[in-house]
Design a protein around this ligand. Structure first.
Ligand SMILES: [Mg+2]
Length: 218
């Protein structure tokens, strides 16, 4: 009887371990497959469908507001105003500072057309626009030129990360800059970004969260 119980225990433990392995197998997806799924999402129309739905809702929201002289909408840049999808493809969704700087300096990021529609509507209606990006101060000139080349020609300020803000989190850095804008007399009525860290913290107004399944900025 004791032997049978011992054998039974071994069988149960083995089955539990095997079940654990099976569960683990089911939960993990090979990175190569994830990358293919991301490409399918981007080029297969789903990304644009998601963007259209979000931007349409944002336009409805902003249409309800009559802007004052100092009413401001803040736009993030990467994967918000501009797309770096080609960079992601070129480097197989990889990243390091050196290749990123090369890409920024090339000014090849393209306007995200759905976001540009919202931007045009806001400018037309009389809202002020500020671009607030996590890009470093050393990327300021190339970023400004890239924005203008892609049709974002009217904005009050482009804010890039200064040296002293390089080690702070995106939420802290962006919140601090928004606070400064409010102290400078702006009324922030909305913030557009692809990261939650673009939208969290004080003084954001209407929050417009765009899709980004490629990376997370904290
Ligand atoms: Mg971004």
């Amino acid at each position: 009887m004791k032997k049978i119980l011992t054998l039974l225990t071994v069988v149960i433990i083995s089955l539990t371990i095997l079940h654990g392995c099976e569960t683990e197998k089911k939960e993990l997806i090979n990175l190569a497959i994830v990358k293919e799924k991301l490409k399918e999402y981007h080029t297969g129309g789903k990304y644009n469908t998601d963007l259209n739905r979000i931007i349409k809702k944002a336009i409805t929201e902003f249409s309800k507001i009559t802007p004052k002289e100092n009413s401001l909408v803040i736009f993030d840049i990467d994967e918000t105003a501009l797309s770096n999808y080609q960079f992601a493809l070129d480097y197989d969704f990889g990243y390091n500072e050196e290749i990123w700087t090369e890409w920024v300096d090339s000014k090849k990021a393209t306007a995200i057309s759905e976001v540009k529609i919202l931007y045009d509507m806001l400018i037309e209606k009389g809202f002020k626009v500020v671009f607030l990006t996590g890009r470093n101060r050393s990327h300021y000139d190339a970023t400004k030129e890239n924005l203008i080349n892609e049709g974002y020609t009217k904005f009050d300020t482009l804010i890039t990360r200064k040296m002293d803000a390089l080690k702070t989190t995106a939420v802290d850095y962006k919140s601090k800059e928004r606070k400064q804008l409010v102290e400078n007399g702006y009324i922030i009525v909305g913030t557009i970004g692809d990261q939650l860290s673009d939208l969290e913290g004080p003084y954001h107004g209407i929050q417009v969260k765009l899709p980004n399944y490629y990376y997370i900025v904290k």
